[in-house]
Design a protein around this ligand. Sequence first.
Ligand SMILES: Nc1ncnc2c1ncn2[C@@H]1O[C@H](COP(=O)(O)OP(=O)(O)OP(=O)(O)O)[C@@H](O)[C@H]1O
Ligand SMILES: [Mg+2]
Ligand SMILES: [Mg+2]
Length: 301
Amino acid sequence: MNIAILSRNRKLYSTRRLVEACEQRGHTPMVVDALRTYMDIASNKPQAHFKGEPLPNFDAVIPRIGASITFYGTAVLRQFEMMGSYPLNESVAISRSRDKLRTMQLLSRKGVGMPFTGFANNPDDIGDLIKMVGGAPLVIKLLEGTQGIGVVLAETQKAAESVLEAFMGLKVNIMVQEYIKEAGGADIRCLVIGDKVVAAMKRQAMEGEFRSNLHRGGSASLIRISPAERATAVNAAKIMGLNVAGVDLLRSERGPLVMEVNSSPGLEGIEAATGKDIAGMIIEFIEKNAKPHRTKTRGKG
Ligand SMILES: Nc1ncnc2c1ncn2[C@@H]1O[C@H](COP(=O)(O)OP(=O)(O)OP(=O)(O)O)[C@@H](O)[C@H]1O
Ligand SMILES: [Mg+2]
Ligand SMILES: [Mg+2]
């Protein structure tokens, strides 16, 4: 098969591994930078061009679209969908997953466990917002945050009020969340492909820190997950409409709680922690599922 890997940088671990896995399995990969791709959208024969040449009609496209280029990246992916390429994850599902508020609303609607969560832009009543999620201690997150930056643990009511006031002054969207203490500074990354969790790792925060992000000094290790955790992760990916997803769970007294669903999960950490060939499994999934125009939306977005 002709497989496009939508990635800005062919040197990135995940991109390299996907190229390698394609070649090992007898496919022809091409790394395509979405930002360098331009499109003819007005004719009845949709096309995509790259560096002065029309791109072929790929059998499949693997989107690795960074959060900062979601808007243009998903438009390029949608163009390939219109051309009939099979997207590993569909453009609509990616857009959906990039909006944390929308994700949490969709999951909660289907009864998926998650920490009690409040969203606000600029509420008049911070006290009520805090009460809504069960009071301090609580976690306050900037919606635009990443790698654990902008995630704060407020241990007391007073601390929560001052942090919220500070964030409100900055006019940013924030999320207020019940603190899952019993998770012990750890979360579980479940790598879902199709209807299976093919690999899982535990990320443990360093001493004195509650955020398990590897960028914040957390460490990854292999973990066995329970059937309930497995079912929760698979269900979350399915609700989001993602064939491949990294679902992050917290272990709580009331069972597994979904913290977030990532549509372009990195492969480096999870392949290192589990020793599994995740890139190969992704290509295998494509071999089994890729058919022309096989999307839920046929590029309608
Ligand atoms: N409600 C919570 N209870 C306990 N720990 C939490 C909670 N929310 C977040 N954490 C810890 O903080 C870490 C960072 O939080 P989160 O994943 O929400 O933000 P982020 O990593 O900055 O965002 P993103 O993953 O989108 O870049 C989590 O991995 C987890 O260890
Ligand atoms: Mg995170
Ligand atoms: Mg994330």
